[in-house]
Write a protein that binds this ligand. Sequence first.
Ligand code: MRU
Length: 373
Amino acid sequence: MKIDGKPYRSIWAEADGRTVGIIDQTRLPHSFVTRQLKSLDDAATAIADMWVRGAPLIGATAAYGMAIAMRQDASDESLMKAYAVLHATRPTAINLKWALDETVRLLQPLPSEQRADAAWALAATLCDADVAVNHAIGSHGLELIKAIAARKEPGEAVNILTHCNAGWLATVDWGTATSPIYQAHDLGIEVHVWVDETRPRNQGASLTSWELGRHGVDHTLIVDNAGGHLMQHGKVDMCIVGTDRTTASGDVCNKIGTYLKALAARDNGVPFYVALPSSTVDWTINDGVREIPIEERDGREVSWMAGKDANGVETKVLICPETTPVANFAFDVTPSRLVTGLITERGVCSASQAGLAKLFPEMAKGQNKVRAV
Ligand code: MRU
């Protein structure tokens, strides 16, 4: 996507072949700052402290983290250490493990002197594949938006509600949930996005609003609790969200609050779609509520809010008594029965074992390869 006319991806290899560039998402929307990752620790910190975030981008950063580590030391010991350090950064998004497994599978049989170049090439391939996959997700999701647009009066927008940031900032490019939206917008279809602010870290307010605005997509920021009200009043035509891990049976784990939106959508007959690359499916599990580890983050993310004050200074404020106990569950699970469909790179399917297995028969049988779209 473009920022002030300049095309960007959310992650890129620098020309020196040992450094990786990223956009520091903790500084958005008020400052656009890029950072350079030069060591395994840099890559691990970038993921854990959410300079980068979003399941696909976490996977891409992990792949580059392995490549950076291999430039420093390509021994078996270093390979296993890099895997362990990166794997420990965040527990929920399965793309992290997927990218690490792909890297180890490729590097382990190679002599150490070939590992660094191979790891860099693989990370670049995974990033390019992510862009192609997200574009394909967008093409399939676009058909759903077109079908709703066809039922509208001329000039009437398709209203789409999204949660968190499943935009291009959460992937290498295009986004998952936003890819159909960008493609519809680029075709001249009128779309309007309801953006959940997404407490506590406000990825909707700070990231989704920012990237939709930069691309010129009409949108309105709402508090997390507004979605149900809007659906009751016919102001939402469809929901599209992303996911950090989806089970082989179609249970969807995504940013905390997604489940409540799905319940409201079901109660109001609003279609609830989840856009995802197949790398976000955990083919080894079926019961999302019981089997997906839910990240619990520092309570200060809830009790302190970041923003810009009236003087334009970026600051943090405490919003509760200093001694208030705080819990910070980062994700929840939406059972498959509440999901209208999964929008994948191979098409739209039901959120079920049969639906996923039909589109991805080789994965459902337990294989795990880097695939062409
Ligand atoms: O905690 P985050 O910001 O990494 O959570 C991100 C989300 O929940 C996204 O919706 C999900 O990763 C899908 S991104 C295409």
